[in-house]
Design a protein around this ligand. Structure first.
Ligand SMILES: Nc1ncnc2c1ncn2[C@@H]1O[C@H](COP(=O)(O)OP(=O)(O)OP(=O)(O)O)[C@@H](O)[C@H]1O
Length: 907
């Protein structure tokens, strides 16, 4: 699986849950996958056909989506087609029947129309799975119900033994159950991943439809365009979309537009140009929703509040699907919240009407929020959030001013109480503002003592106060059908009863922009928290020359894409491009080894791209082959900036000392700068917490230090499958006594983060049986190996270069147990005399003499989990380090082997 992942997709690690889901599908199990947008769900159904050599049939709701996916898969050398276009339908159908496609896409309508003879032939050649993408469309309770989806159960009766896989980013418990029963899934393996899109910044502002706002917006979008970053502006109406589109054109910014009133061909053209980076801005209505697979969108703006929180999550989820830091702003006006009636028209039943109304109100609450937006989103989707502050939304990054609004709160609540809680918020606000409207006169509300007492504040000021009182539990909002009423809650009553007309106890609430008398776009504070400053800094951590190289390579990628009639992102992603600009590989192996570079790319464009890197680097006078570790990895740029803020300083410091300064856990625990030593176990936990917060960890080194071998890792994994991971004690009880809590916690964290056991130390237990003799000859018995990895013994070791490579283990303090060294070195090493690596190796005794490409390949075949360079040099003791590296490089460049965590594995 690892080699297929690298070969076709160019990735070296699975994301959380991917591997487990693929394994279940391979076992023939139905699966329901509920994971965030951009979390990598597609890979779960794209891998099995490459492993089984049978076709994966994928049901997808939109032709444009299928087209994008087919295009990107072709760039990965995966045989794929969609059955929807009239142009190719019949030939594609017969190619499909002969089993030549790895992946075959079709709409639900098409799937239901295909004759049973088609399915029988397909079954004969082999179907490895049927995936239903955007599976929430099956459910009437979902936010995008499609009636044809509901009929897909018919396929279950035809494809009896084929595993069905439902995939969606948004599904409540009800929707999940609906998907399972509608697709007649049998004992499905259900995965509900995190909804948290950690790389997205969320922000909300109010706005008015003024011209100055549109000018500002245009100015902002132009900044993204200048940085070659794609943006989408979602509008709630076609009129708004056209208005912004025209303003952009007037300002000389080329942009696309996409809405339901355009012809199919115009929409297709617009979509096509956008994903091919022919322009960087798309102005769209929600018609441009699910159907976009472009992974490198850096900014999604909502110009108006969307109809539901689900829609917002889905649409904003188009942003940063490649994991690179990206930004989502939502702009609302109060008039957006008067559209409930309009949205409810879509409903077919009272239940559906209620569901629409509820998610509409949730979107509204999201707008008025003064607390962490991510927490609110996660809570809404039923995910527990341990922290109250994410550090990556507008409310967490800017402190909200609070002010004592006791008098105004008293007036508003008393007025609402006098209206007997039968009205929405507009009526009490009109009373306070002294309105003489017919409604007020008819109800004799002009006689109330509060009439006209709040004239000095605007209607929006009072409404905003009402929102804050609702958010803080002083008022409750109820609705019947689309009609809303607001009344005083018990907490509100308590406040009212402690008030006198001339005295109210203090009541501090956040001051919103509307309460400051400004729409956000007129607010002088905007400079700090507005659009500006949040453009993802693509060139962060790069020198000027590197940034220039990055820009030129972007252009080169564009040229290659144009020449192949594909989108630049399909060649390789932004993160990969950044890695290339930072490391400037000079050989095929080095380029192939970069995360995101796949075999197909190497075959078609590899040599040309290498030449370009060389030529441009020379012109810019920058050296080739920069070590990847000499720059902070991309993930840190993306995730750590906000996350590090989340981590208490003591924990961050422990992580920094371990990861960056290379200190051992023991040294950190007893660091002289500390007022008192802390436990090593505590340091371990700090480092694990940092990892969960997105900090980079050298897992191999960490595992070695805590004695977590592959065998222990697998043991723990097995027990976790049996007893669950909620409590540590039951896991510990089931394991051999020597397995420590630190090892269990590390294993759970690694699982959570999708780090496979491959990151734990190489373990000779995994050498196949036939290699027993070899182990004897080289004096490396499994027993000695295990004993050498005991936690207590390893605590005395320090690492050079942070890799778990025994030949580079250095013993500074006296090592009490010679068995530690016996794994790699026959005689104890003199600590004061740190032998050069080659000298140590000579003592081991080689096995096969000089290596050749074919002898390396056949030796690697014996190891499921890979072999380090030093192990190879031990084995082929007739080869020099440089000749071995040359051989390995050439094999890597040809995609016959690949390197992961410094271990070489067979493709
Ligand atoms: N293991 C991985 N390592 C690195 N990148 C990955 C990995 N798996 C997927 N990706 C990348 O993540 C991005 C999003 O993946 P994908 O399209 O599968 O997301 P999704 O969950 O299906 O999202 P959506 O719900 O929006 O369709 C793609 O650019 C994909 O190449």
């Amino acid at each position: 699986m690892d080699s297929i992942l690298k070969q076709y997709f160019g990735f070296s690690t699975f994301r959380p849950y991917q591997k487990e889901i693929v394994e279940k599908i391979l076992d023939g199990r139905d699966c329901l996958v509920v994971m965030a947008t951009g979390s990598g769900k597609s890979l779960c159904y794209q891998m099995p056909p490459l492993i089984t050599k049978k076709t994966a049939v994928v049901i997808s709701p939109l032709i444009s989506l299928m087209q994008d996916q087919v295009m990107a898969l072709k760039e990965r050398g995966i045989k794929t087609e969609h059955l929807s276009s009239a142009r190719n339908a019949s030939s594609a159908q017969s190619i499909a029947e002969s089993g030549q496609y790895d992946i075959l896409y079709m709409t639900p309508e098409k799937a239901l129309l295909l004759p049973s003879s088609f399915w029988s032939r397909m079954l004969k050649t082999g179907i490895c799975l049927l995936a239903v993408d955007e599976a929430h469309c099956i459910s009437e309770w979902g936010h995008n119900f499609r009636v044809e989806y509901k009929k897909l159960d018919k396929l279950r009766d035809i494809l009896l033994d084929v595993p069905f896989v439902g995939l969606t980013a948004t599904a409540t418990e009800t929707v999940r159950l609906d998907i399972i029963s509608s697709l007649k899934m049998r004992d499905p393996h259900v995965t509900v991943g995190s909804f948290d899109r950690k790389n997205l910044f969320y922000g909300v502002k109010s706005f008015n439809h003024s011209l100055s706002f549109v000018d500002e917006l245009v100015g902002e979008l132009s900044k993204y365009v200048e940085s070659a970053c794609s943006s989408i502006v979602y509008c709630t109406t076609v009129k708004d979309a056209e208005h912004i589109f025209e303003s952009l054109l007037k300002a000389g910014i080329s942009a696309g537009i996409y809405h339901g009133q355009m012809s199919n061909s115009a929409r297709e053209e617009s979509h096509r140009s956008f994903i091919r980076d022919e322009y960087y801005v798309m102005i769209a209505t929600v018609a441009f929703g699910m159907g976009i697979d472009k992974p490198d969108i850096r900014y999604v703006m909502h110009y108006g509040c969307p109809k539901s929180l689900e829609s917002y999550y889905q649409e904003s989820g188009r942003c940063g699907r490649d994991g690179v830091a990206s930004v989502c702003w939502l702009y609302y006006t109060r008039s957006d919240f008067a559209k409930a009636d309009f949205y409810c028209r879509e409903a077919n039943s009272a239940g559906q009407r209620k569901a629409i109304m509820e998610s509409f109100l949730a979107a509204q609450r999201y707008c008025f929020l003064t607390t962490c937006r991510r927490k609110f989103l996660l809570d809404y989707f039923g995910q527990k959030c341990t922290s109250d502050k994410c550090g990556n939304c507008d409310n967490c990054t800017s402190s909200k001013k609070e002010s004592d609004v006791s008098r105004e709160a008293f007036l508003l609540m008393a007025c609402i109480q006098s209206c007997r809680g039968q009205w929405g918020v507009n009526m009490p606000v009109d009373i306070l503002r002294g309105s003489q409207s017919k409604k007020i006169l008819d109800a004799q509300f002009d006689k109330l003592p509060f009439h006209g007492l709040g004239k000095e504040m605007t209607a929006n000021w009072w409404k905003s106060l009402a929102d804050q009182l609702i958010a803080n539990g002083y008022l409750v909002e109820k609705y019947a059908d689309v009609y809303r009423s607001v009344s005083v809650s018990p907490k509100g009553f308590q406040f009212l009863s402690s008030c006198k007309p001339d005295y109210q106890p203090p009541l501090y609430l956040p001051v919103t922009s509307e309460m400051m008398g400004n729409d956000e776009n007129n607010n002088p504070n905007n400079e700090a928290r507005g659009f500006g400053g949040l453009i993802p800094a693509g060139y962060e951590g790069m020198s000027q020359a590197e940034a220039e190289l990055h820009k030129l390579l972007l252009e080169e990628r564009m040229k290659l894409a144009r020449a192949s009639g594909t989108a630049p992102y399909a060649i390789f992603g932004d993160a990969t491009l950044r890695r290339i600009a930072l490391t400037r590989p000079s050989t095929r192996a080095r380029l192939a080894n970069i995360d995101g570079v796949n075999q197909h790319f190497m075959k078609i464009h590899g040599d040309h791209f290498l030449q370009k890197i060389q030529q441009l680097s020379q012109e810019l006078n920058i050296a080739l082959d920069r070590l990847p570790n000499s720059q902070p990895p991309i993930a840190r740029q993306v995730i750590n900036v906000p996350k590090a803020k989340n981590l208490p300083p003591a924990k961050f410091e422990a992580w920094r000392m371990w990861q960056e300064d290379g200190l051992s856990i023991e040294k950190i625990a007893n660091f002289p700068g500390r007022s008192a030593p802390i436990k090593e176990q505590t340091v371990t936990e700090y480092i694990l917490e940092a990892a969960r917060e997105g900090c980079v960890i050298d897992w191999l080194r960490f595992s070695l230090e805590i004695g977590l071998t592959q065998e222990v890792y697998k043991n723990i994994q097995d027990i976790v499958t049996k007893v669950g991971k909620e409590k540590l004690k039951p896991i510990k009880n089931e394991l051999p006594e020597e397995v420590t809590y630190s090892q269990i916690k590390a294993c759970l964290t690694m699982q959570e983060l999708g780090v496979s056991e491959i990151a734990t130390p190489f373990n000779y237990q995994h050498v196949r049986k036939e290699d027993e003799n070899l182990k004897e000859t080289s004096g490396m018995s499994g027993e000695t190996n295990l004993s050498c990895q005991k936690e207590e013994q390893l605590q005395n070791l320090e690492f050079v270069n942070g890799v778990g490579d025994c030949s580079r283990l250095r013993n500074e303090d006296a090592v009490p147990d010679s068995s530690i060294q016996s794994r790699c070195i026959e005689e104890p090493v003199d600590s004061s005399n740190d032998l050069p690596v080659a000298t140590k190796r000579q003592k081991i005794g080689g096995v096969l003499g000089e290596a050749t490409e074919s002898s390396i390949l056949s030796w690697l075949e014996k190891f499921d989990h890979g072999v380090s360079l030093s192990d190879l040099l031990v084995h082929f003791n007739g080869s020099t380090e440089s000749s071995m590296i040359d051989l390995l490089s050439s094999l890597e460049g040809e995609f016959l082997i690949f390197k992961k965590n410094d271990l070489y594995m067979l493709m």
